[in-house]
Design a protein around this ligand. Sequence first.
Ligand SMILES: *[C@@H]1O[C@H](CO)[C@@H](O)[C@H](O)[C@H]1NC(C)=O
Ligand SMILES: *[C@@H]1O[C@H](CO)[C@@H](O)[C@H](O)[C@H]1NC(C)=O
Ligand SMILES: *[C@@H]1O[C@H](CO)[C@@H](O)[C@H](O)[C@H]1NC(C)=O
Ligand SMILES: *[C@@H]1O[C@H](CO)[C@@H](O)[C@H](O)[C@H]1NC(C)=O
Ligand SMILES: *[C@@H]1O[C@H](CO)[C@@H](O)[C@H](O)[C@H]1NC(C)=O
Length: 500
Amino acid sequence: MGSPLTLAKGLPLLASYVLAAASLPDKPADLTTPVQQRIAINGPNAISIGWNTYKQLSKACVYYGLSVDDLDLQQCSSSSVTYPTSRTYSHAVTLSKLTPATTYYYKIDSANSTIEHFFSPRVPGDKTPFAMNAVIDLGVYGEDGFTINMNMSKRDTIPHVKPALNHTTIGRLVANMDDYELVVHPGDLAYADDWYLKGKNWWDGSNAFQAIIENFYDQLAPIAARKPYMVSPGNHEATCGEIPLLNEWCPAGQKNFTDFMTRFGQTMPTAFSSTSANETAKVSANNARVLANPPFWFSFEYGMVHFVMIDTETDFGSAPDQCGGSSHLDGGPFGASAQQLEFLEADLASVDRDITPWVVVSGHRPWYTTGCWDCSACKPCQVAFEPLFYKYGVDLGIFGHVHNSQRFQPVYDGKADPNGLVDPKAPMYIIAGGAGNIEGLDAVVGKPAYTAFAYADDFSYGKVSFLDANRLQVDFIRSSDGATLDTSVLYKSHKTQFVI
Ligand SMILES: *[C@@H]1O[C@H](CO)[C@@H](O)[C@H](O)[C@H]1NC(C)=O
Ligand SMILES: *[C@@H]1O[C@H](CO)[C@@H](O)[C@H](O)[C@H]1NC(C)=O
Ligand SMILES: *[C@@H]1O[C@H](CO)[C@@H](O)[C@H](O)[C@H]1NC(C)=O
Ligand SMILES: *[C@@H]1O[C@H](CO)[C@@H](O)[C@H](O)[C@H]1NC(C)=O
Ligand SMILES: *[C@@H]1O[C@H](CO)[C@@H](O)[C@H](O)[C@H]1NC(C)=O
């Protein structure tokens, strides 16, 4: 017997008439109607707007302005891209020269589109407190996601999701819309490669993959169309199926992070020019701009924070998803040899702590984690990244991949920093991988000595609040009822202008 995908190719008629098949969303009557909207911080005064349509557009435009009644500005692009097996075309425009920290209204040009709004980015150095959410390993709801309790571990039991949406984590992000200004999601977005976990998809694998992607990004749009939604890749973005047998048969378009690249390649930033007066910092930031490779690795600044997004899947020694890697996902490389690590070093070296006292790095696979039945710390990631985190004084590392919430004492090389949460030299690490997905939560089995918190009873996510230049608060929030499960405050005096 061949893989489900080989069968799918031979049985199109049977698939249509006899067997259950992929749950593709209905197309809007007007095929120019925007779907799957997402925005991102694209520069110090810039927001990029990405969306898809079910037909190719020769000109993709956004109208915007400071009031609903006066969308007097316009930005267009002629790029309308797709890939084999996709039903949609991806578009992106960048709105630049925005007044900082201001509400803008925008309408993607189409007869039936609605007016949305966003808050423009805070300039680097703005010390106004703000919060962001860390949401990782999210996944789709509905027929291809959480409809059945398959009992491998805890899953949600919500029966069906209409566009009105009832995903406990997405629902909480909607309910708490006024409490945060952006979201970071380093990897494992739709879980389209888990299509085979639903028997009805077995005869229609290639469509099932796309159906999950379409449904997921429709479900995410209420958040991502309004709050900058900053992503980097996870293993579930890599191919059509995580198991090597399926992987061999992946159709073109469902290999090598194709949807991820097409969807976010034009909306994520590279790295900002430095606003420091220091020439060395400016040169270093310019090097980082050249070495950045969005949507895989890049950085941005927002108020008092310098954020870096890294790729824990490809592009460093023994990276798990690269050709010949331990995951057998055969992706990448996306840059020149050592480019990602050179980027990270140049980027971190450029940070002027008088301007952005906080440095936060987000990636998918952690190197500090509690155990679980099939997951472990990413040792090659630790070898590649941890020395740079330590040397350049990264304050907080945000990861996922393990499906639960975890917080660790600041730690370096497996040893807790003796200073704890008050001026540690080592970074503090959290895992916010319990947001929900078809694979369910990972039970906590075995806690390293430096574990401060671990929770796997229900879906949850992380909220990070930058209180001032010296205090950063992390809360873990239970998605179902909004309860705070854990709170901690990291204190950093940030007395050194350049930690190098
Ligand atoms: C416009 O949107 C409404 C409401 O979502 C929908 O019922 C209608 O079919 C749409 N019209 C077109 C032409 O797509
Ligand atoms: C899931 O497992 C629990 C405990 O083992 C059991 O009580 C429950 O009936 C199971 N549910 C399903 C849907 O199989
Ligand atoms: C989501 O589900 C909960 C519990 O089933 C229900 O109380 C709530 O009304 C639902 N919300 C929406 C928007 O459907
Ligand atoms: C400029 O920054 C570098 C680190 O990038 C540092 O070594 C140097 O002392 C700084 N120069 C001044 C004048 O602050
Ligand atoms: C994946 O895509 C990148 C960028 O397009 C390309 O350089 C690389 O060779 C591809 N890898 C594979 C295995 O096809």
